[in-house]
Design a protein around this ligand. Structure first.
Ligand code: HEC
Ligand code: HEC
Ligand code: HEC
Ligand code: HEC
Ligand code: HEC
Length: 395
């Protein structure tokens, strides 16, 4: 047994992420403002900028819940999640020795404690996460993500889309994953994630169906004329470039949901058939577990609502003891009902005999009732119904 453990440790060691310190001149987005203020302002509104413990209530309460249920130290769980949520962290794992010290609250000043309080990680997924990636190692097993899948470029060098860029503040290096192959960059983190029990609750890369569009086409917008840097060149001119937006708009932005699914409602002899067709290259809901699509039907007679019916499409999770839990602690999942990429699903609702019309509203919520209550999420964004489509039908 001992040699098995030893091999395990050696191979883990071989994959261990290498930490490269970020120099003070580049450590946060404020250092980029002088010349890329427009980009910093867009990024600042994104959920990449909120991907950490202090800025995302859902993330914070999920970590706290894992700590409570699994009796781990808060810092150990923070380090685990930093793999993708905070990948410039200076420590990449914690061990049993650390847990013992943390249990006695003697961990002040340890490498782990320092890493978690460093300015370098105070912005989550910032400029020097994406633009300091040197190489992405797609030969690694598919569960090695985030920090464990990349090597960092030397501090002071920025990887970007242009081969001919020049900057007085930093060196530049062109990379395909910033230009012709950006999906490779997004899949560093948006590929899969598993619970503490090994259950996969995100599987975006495996479910992806190429429809000719890149992640950035939809989540950073098409390339438009603008400037990459506002700093004028020698002739006092700003350099015009084709650029994209850095807001990374997605599931938290209501306008993104408008028309995200096609909805068709038909009356059959005994029921109302609602077909949801997904034109996107990934399933919806897809990302994080416990996201929800709601189908609500308002039955009317003479212009008045006489009855309502609702159907919740959401994955529910059970722990080892078959009790409801959050995705990160799940041993199994139930009713996985997301609409597959470029696919469709039909759902039935009852007919109401006295109704002469029905209004069907399809919307999305970031967290279903079960998990929202379990974690006591307070911010209204988690329960907000974001409209996808509304259809009226005469019966
Ligand atoms: C003093 C001005 C200045 C500062 C400060 C600055 N940059 Fe730049 N940066 C430039 C200029 C100029 C370019 C080239 C623009 C062009 O060629 O159109 C550039 C280009 C880039 C590119 C594109 C490189 C490529 O090859 O495609 C990236 C990425 C970038 N900067 C990131 C950053 C980040 C991140 C920071 C903050 C840590 C930063 N820059 C700070 C001036 C600056
Ligand atoms: C999640 C990854 C990611 C983060 C975080 C990120 N960028 Fe980018 N950035 C990209 C990608 C991808 C492109 C290439 C877009 C394209 O196809 O032209 C890009 C392009 C750029 C460019 C070239 C001009 C443009 O807008 O296309 C500059 C300059 C730049 N980024 C600066 C920054 C700065 C400054 C920050 C932090 C405020 C930042 N980026 C954060 C992924 C990222
Ligand atoms: C270093 C890991 C990492 C990389 C690389 C990365 N992301 Fe993300 N992304 C995340 C995490 C973590 C979140 C969740 C943040 C949160 O909600 O707290 C996220 C959130 C998002 C969201 C959801 C925003 C919302 O409002 O729901 C979109 C869209 C997104 N990323 C697009 C992209 C695209 C496009 C790329 C490639 C250019 C990319 N990401 C690269 C880790 C990453
Ligand atoms: C053809 C456009 C399109 C492309 C390409 C695309 N998406 Fe999306 N994506 C959407 C739409 C529309 C939604 C639903 C509204 C929203 O969240 O923006 C969505 C939702 C998401 C979500 C939230 C999912 C959820 O259920 O909460 C994430 C994360 C995401 N996309 C990431 C990606 C990544 C990573 C890629 C590339 C591998 C990608 N998307 C490619 C259009 C696209
Ligand atoms: C393999 C990379 C990866 C790891 C490791 C990871 N996450 Fe995430 N996480 C993501 C991505 C990518 C998203 C965005 C998916 C989406 O929006 O649908 C995300 C989104 C989330 C969200 C939803 C946030 C929101 O605003 O809606 C929560 C909560 C979350 N993660 C918690 C955690 C916790 C807790 C850990 C550690 C136990 C963790 N994650 C580890 C990649 C990761």
């Amino acid at each position: 047994m001992r040699w098995l453990l030893w091999i395990g440790l050696v191979s883990l060691g071989a994959y261990a992420a290498e930490v490269v310190a970020v120099g003070d001149r580049y450590k946060d987005s404020s250092k980029c403002k002088a010349c890329h203020n427009h980009i910093v302002a867009q990024w600042d509104t994104s959920w990449h900028a909120k991907s950490h413990y202090e800025s995302d209530e859902y993330f914070q309460k999920t970590i706290d819940y894992v700590v409570r249920k699994n009796h781990k130290s808060l810092n150990a769980v923070k380090v685990e999640c930093a793999t993708c949520h905070n990948p410039r962290i200076a420590v990449t794992s914690t061990n049993a020795d650390y847990e013992a010290i943390a249990a006695l609250k003697l961990d002040k000043g340890t490498a782990v404690d320092k890493a978690l309080h460093s300015d370098t990680i105070s912005e989550g997924i910032n400029c020097v996460v994406c633009h300091n990636i040197d190489q992405i190692h797609d030969n690694l097993p598919d569960n090695k993500r985030g920090i464990n899948r990349v090597t960092w470029i030397k501090s002071g060098m920025m990887s970007g889309p242009y081969a001919d860029a020049k900057s007085p503040y930093h060196k530049v290096e062109p990379r395909d994953f910033m230009d012709t192959n950006p999906n490779q960059l997004c899949f560093v983190c948006h590929a899969n994630d598993s619970s503490e029990e090994g259950l996969r609750f995100i599987n975006m890369q495996a479910e992806f169906q190429n429809n000719g569009k890149l992640c950035v086409d939809c989540h950073m917008g098409t390339r438009k004329e603008g400037v990459a840097a506002t700093l004028p060149d020698k002739n006092g001119q700003q350099h015009k470039r084709l650029i994209r937006e850095h807001g990374f708009k997605g599931a938290h932005t209501e306008t993104m949901w408008q028309g995200a699914l096609d909805v068709d409602v038909r009356k059959s002899t005994r029921s109302l058939e609602v077909t949801l067709t997904n034109p996107q290259p990934h399933a919806l809901p897809n990302g994080f577990g416990s996201r929800e699509i709601l189908i609500e039907a308002y039955y009317m007679a003479g212009g008045k609502v006489i009855k309502t019916e609702a159907l919740s499409l959401s994955t529910h999770y059970l722990n080892k003891r078959d009790k409801p839990t959050i995705p990160h602690l799940a041993a199994k999942s139930m009713n996985s009902v997301s609409i597959p990429a470029l696919g469709a699903k039909t759902f039935s609702l009852p007919l109401v005999a006295s109704a002469d019309a029905v209004s069907v509203v399809v919307s999305y919520r970031l967290v279903n009732d079960e998990v929202r209550e379990m974690l006591e999420l307070k911010d209204p964004i988690w329960s907000k119904k974001m409209m996808i489509k509304k259809l009226n039908l005469k019966l």
